[in-house]
Structures are given as structure tokens and as C-alpha cells.
Design a protein around this ligand. Structure first.
Ligand SMILES: Nc1ncnc2c1ncn2[C@@H]1O[C@H](COP(=O)(O)OP(=O)(O)O)[C@@H](O)[C@H]1O
Ligand SMILES: [Mg+2]
Length: 234
């Protein structure tokens, strides 16, 4: 396992938000985290990334404990994070955003990422704030990719995007998977089931079910119980 999370509990202020989240993430796969709005998915990613301090539980990355380490150290160890709000700098250009993330890494890396995102290549001189929602998401993914992370945590990349852009996000995640392990939080069940290998369901701050995505696709009662999505599938 590239990532193991065991019995994670996190408070935000006085609120006991995570009350027992456990995950095992095999390398080379896309593990999707599903669950209703407010279930604790974002809090889980933020806790893994060191942006929130867990009160209890253990997180291991590549066999090493990382629980409680600050976010910049965790990033340096090889975990990338694409937050829900993209985490891009609106007043900087696309290129400046990418170069900031690239740092002193090889220039070829930037070229490689731009090949994956032709939309960004033509928009290099544009201010990130002027991009469409879909382009911002591509820039956020591009920024994460130039950091050469071993593991990428991606939070709801399809949020607010038109259906054709959601499909594009799916293609990009499939390509990312060729080189990087992915933990994907996703509310869009069609996207989650199209790219995911394994799933975890988080409900009320706890992991309540997990298995292969192919099984979940067949298990409409589980979908209805925790996700309320099966009626929307076609
Ligand atoms: N800054 C905060 N202060 C208080 N409660 C919060 C804060 N951030 C999140 N929460 C609460 O924590 C719970 C889990 O939130 P979150 O992890 O964002 O859920 P999800 O990503 O699954 O929609 C929700 O009930 C939310 O209201
Ligand atoms: Mg969230």
C-alpha cells in the first residue's frame, strides 16, 4: 500500500468531524472516496495532507508515518493536493502558475504537462482568473502534475463543470494514473465509476464501506443508502 490511514479522527474547532476514517490505497490505482455532501471527504484529504491536525489515528505514506507533519513536509515527501477551490493564483498568468509549482524541476516536465493540456498551452499568457471553470481545473491538475508527486489527492474535480468538461477531466485522470497513484474525491458517480478501481464511502465522518468500484456499480442498494445516486444513473 502506498497510503494507509487508520482510525483517523479530526476536530475542526470543537466539532468532532472525522470519527474513524481508515483507507488502504494500493499503488498505481485510482481510489475514489464517495459520500454525501458534508460527510467529511474534504476533511479527510486535508488531514492526510497535514493541513488539519488529526487528534487520533495514524497515516503512513510508503511505509513511513506522516501523521502530524506540516503540509510542506508532506508535499516534499511526494503527496500532491488539488483542492476543491483549485488553489491557483488568479492574478498570475497560467505560465506563472505552472512555473511556481515547477520550481527548480526540469523544464521538460512543463512541456510534458502542456502536451496533456493543449488548452493551457494556448492560454499560457492569460491570467488564471480569466479562465473558464474547466480550464482552471486543468491548470490545477497541471500544477499538481509538474510537482512529480507519487500520490495525488484530488478533490471533486468535476464540480461545476459542463458534461463535456467532466469527460475531459476523466480522460486526464486516466492519463495521470499511468504514472501516479490517485485518491479522488468525487460526487459525480458516473465519473467516479469510469475512472475508479476501488472505492471508500465516507458517511458522518467514518468510512462505512469499501471494495471494488465494479461491485459498487452493481450494488444499487448500497448506492442508495449512502450516496442517493442510483436513481440518477443511466
Ligand atoms: N471550517 C469549518 N468549521 C466548522 N465546520 C466545518 C468546517 N469545515 C467543514 N466543516 C464541517 O465538517 C463536515 C465535513 O465537511 P467536509 O469534509 O467539507 O465534507 P465533504 O467534503 O464530504 O462535503 C461538514 O459537516 C462541515 O459542515
Ligand atoms: Mg468537500
Amino acid at each position: 500500500m502506498i497510503l494507509r490511514v487508520e482510525g483517523l479522527e479530526t476536530y475542526i474547532g470543537e466539532f468532532h468531524i472525522l470519527q474513524g476514517v481508515s483507507l488502504e490505497v494500493p499503488p498505481g490505482e485510482v481510489t475514489v472516496i464517495l459520500g454525501r455532501n458534508g460527510a467529511g471527504k474534504t476533511t479527510t484529504l486535508r488531514s492526510i495532507m497535514g493541513l488539519l491536525q488529526p487528534a487520533r489515528g495514524e497515516i503512513q505514506f510508503q511505509g513511513q508515518p506522516i501523521t502530524g507533519l506540516p503540509a510542506h513536509i508532506i508535499a516534499r515527501k511526494g503527496i500532491g493536493y488539488v483542492p476543491e477551490d483549485h488553489g491557483i493564483f488568479s492574478t498570475l498568468t497560467v505560465e506563472e502558475n505552472l512555473r511556481l509549482a515547477l520550481g527548480s524541476r526540469r523544464e521538460e516536465l512543463l512541456e510534458k504537462v502542456l502536451e496533456l493540456f493543449p488548452d493551457l498551452k494556448v492560454a499560457l499568457r492569460k491570467r488564471a482568473g480569466s479562465l473558464s471553470g474547466g480550464q482552471k481545473q486543468m491548470l490545477a491538475l497541471g500544477r499538481a502534475l509538474v510537482t512529480e508527486s507519487r500520490l495525488l489527492l484530488i478533490d471533486e474535480p468535476s464540480k461545476g463543470l459542463a458534461p463535456f468538461m467532466v469527460e475531459k477531466v476523466g480522460e486526464v485522470i486516466r492519463q495521470i494514473k499511468e504514472e501516479t497513484t490517485v485518491v479522488l474525491v468525487e460526487q459525480n458517480f458516473n465519473l467516479a465509476s469510469a475512472v475508479g478501481d476501488r472505492y471508500y464511502i465516507v458517511d458522518d465522518g467514518r468510512t462505512v464501506a469499501h471494495g471494488e468500484v465494479a461491485e459498487l456499480v452493481r450494488d444499487t442498494s448500497l448506492q442508495q443508502r449512502y450516496l442517493g445516486v442510483s436513481l440518477h444513473r443511466h
